[in-house]
Write a protein that binds this ligand. Sequence first.
Ligand code: SF4
Ligand code: SF4
Length: 305
Amino acid sequence: MKELVIVSGKGGTGKTSISAALAFLSPQKVLIDCDVDAANLHLVSGAIIRETHEFKAGFEPNVDENKCTSCGQCTDLCRFGAITAGVITTPFNCEGCGVCAFNCPEHAISMLEKQAGHWFLADTHLGQLIYAELGLSVENSGKLVSKVRQEGKKIAKAKKFPLMITDGPPGIGCPAIAALSGASLALAVVEPSLSSIHDLKRLVDLVAHFKIPLAVCINKSTLHRENTREIIAWCHSKAIPIMGQLPYSDAFRIAVQSGKTVLEMEDAAVIEEMTKLWHNLAKRLEVSITESNIGFFRRKLHIFQ
Ligand code: SF4
Ligand code: SF4
């Protein structure tokens, strides 16, 4: 099973729209959203939740009021000001270190596993989707990303799907690393803005560090031709293949608002370039495209004659 991870150095480059469109073109895949801090693939795929699962990570103190004598030792020991004489006053400050529990003279504090979020299995018009929501002020986003990947792989294995398409988290932090490690191919989505080009270079360094094959897709390529040419030249100088160049189109915005993929907006230029992108990716990943939805668009738009 191949894993295609769509990433970007920053948010807002069109990563989710592209993930959804590629999922539309590939019938035999499982789809996962690893942006656990702000998942949105379920919004553009008409997701209906089939299963909800708790995600637990880290620990939090639980005080037994019957044992606590309000001696105040925990107040003095907590470096984060989270507990005052046996009462958790600012839970978001608690790091779950367990110092209060370890030192309580009355053994009144026990450390319990913390509810850190949820992950979901949903049915969508693009196929099955796994996504997650991390709780407020909770760390462990990398761990939740790994959980989402693990569950996605289980489905792919059970259904003998050759591909898992991952809408990755933006940036180059812990969640992005967790989503990328061991992937078959990272597709970096970049737009022709100076900040996006800068972020692409940081992403390329990260991916190179983990020795993950990388390709680039330029989104909104018609918005700034000069910057697009700069991206192409830079990618060529680094031997990074460019898999697609998608034109700027209002169809992306309308698709998000309609809860559909951009392909369903019937913008011929977008459909043609997105289909080329999928062709190139499928070839690179050695995934069969004979059963994909491409034929539907061929017939409809008479492209790729
Ligand atoms: S150290 Fe233990 S007994 Fe003392 S105030 Fe804290 S919880 Fe209560
Ligand atoms: S677990 Fe650590 S951070 Fe949390 S209240 Fe106890 S001492 Fe403070």
